[in-house]
Design a protein around this ligand. Structure first.
Ligand code: NAP
Length: 291
């Protein structure tokens, strides 16, 4: 069994990006600038945005964190997005999700200029991805592809089962694993909460990508020998023995599933750090496209 070490691979990617930024600086070029908008005080969201800003600093990008209160109206957020769209100094920006109830998420994501949409959530970019055109691929699926690629995990002709059909992970992942090329050329089954007999489906999978957010959902008896297991889930589970009062738990019963798997991602240290590295990669791409 091989651990797909997202922490290590993401550090390699950050080092590669840093080298490119150093070259940009040596040539007197502008370095990439990422902005992150966060609305409200959700603890997990603040942690994620903080990690993204620190990652920018680490690779030499400029970064701006835009904090808006929990009572921000949709119009106020749309005005802020327009300001970022027009700001030539900003190469790419993200709107941290989830947004407070009074704001229509779809409307907000549609307002982002597709050329600055480094999360790849705008329908124009999502459509391009589905049509195999060059675009910003959403960071989490992009990170999973990169992990499979760097470890040389075979996907061609394999049966990939994806659990969860969210617009940010499961749905794009199903498109990417089924497209022509590597990683890809998989036969894909996309499962969700209405799927019947899920164990029957997962136990036939060569590759399982789990993105549902239910701790320890995927058990050893749901997995065949030598399967490749990608655990996207991140859930805070209360734990009074932990200094923070919680532990981060994935969707996979790692202890038992890892005994059967050929490759497996840990949580934490698997898909999570890859997501941040690929956001940086998309921001670098956005800068290059604006030169
Ligand atoms: P989401 O929007 O929370 O949706 C969950 C999906 O799982 C839905 O499609 C739902 O089906 C499906 N589902 C729920 N219970 C199920 C069950 N018992 N059997 C089969 N499918 C079931 O998904 P998300 O935003 O992609 O998040 C999923 C997890 O990934 C969360 O833990 C999140 O924190 C984590 N995440 C991690 C990263 C990272 O960087 N590592 C990035 C994004 C998300 P329906 O569509 O039928 O409701």
């Amino acid at each position: 069994m091989t651990i797909l070490d997202g922490k290590k691979v993401s550090n390699d990617i950050k080092n590669e990006i840093k080298q490119q930024v150093d070259k940009m600086i040596a040539k007197g070029e502008k370095v990439p600038h990422l902005a992150a908008v966060i609305v409200g005080n959700d603890g997990a969201s603040l942690t994620y945005v903080g990690s993204k800003v620190r990652a920018c600093e680490r690779v030499g990008f400029e970064s701006t964190m835009v904090r808006m209160s929990n009572t921000t109206s949709e119009i106020e957020l749309l005005d802020k997005i327009e300001e970022l769209n027009q700001n030539d100094d900003i190469d790419g920006f993200i709107i941290q999700l989830p947004l407070p109830r009074q704001i229509n998420t779809q409307k907000v994501l549609m307002a982002v200029d597709p050329s600055k949409d480094v999360d790849g959530f705008h329908p124009e970019n999502f459509g391009k991805m589905a049509l195999d055109m060059s675009t910003f691929i959403p960071a989490t699926p992009f990170g999973i592809l990169e992990l499979l690629d760097r470890y040389g995990v075979e996907t061609d002709g394999k049966h990939t089962v994806i659990i969860g059909r969210s617009h940010i992970v499961g749905r794009p992942m199903s498109i990417l694993m089924g497209r022509k090329g590597f990683p890809g050329n998989s036969t894909v089954t996309l499962t969700h909460s209405h799927t019947k007999n899920i164990t029957q489906i997962t136990s036939q999978a060569d590759i399982i990508i789990s993105a549902l957010g239910v701790p320890n959902f995927l058990k050893a008896e749901m997995v065949k020998d030598d399967a490749v297991i990608i655990d996207v889930g991140i859930t805070r589970v209360e734990d009074e023995n932990s200094p923070k009062g919680y532990v981060i738990t994935g969707d996979v019963d790692f202890e038992n599933v890892s005994k059967k798997a050929s490759y497996i991602t840990p949580v934490p240290g698997g898909v999570g750090p890859m997501t941040i590295a690929m956001l940086l990669k998309n921001t670098l791409l956005a800068r290059e496209q604006r030169m």
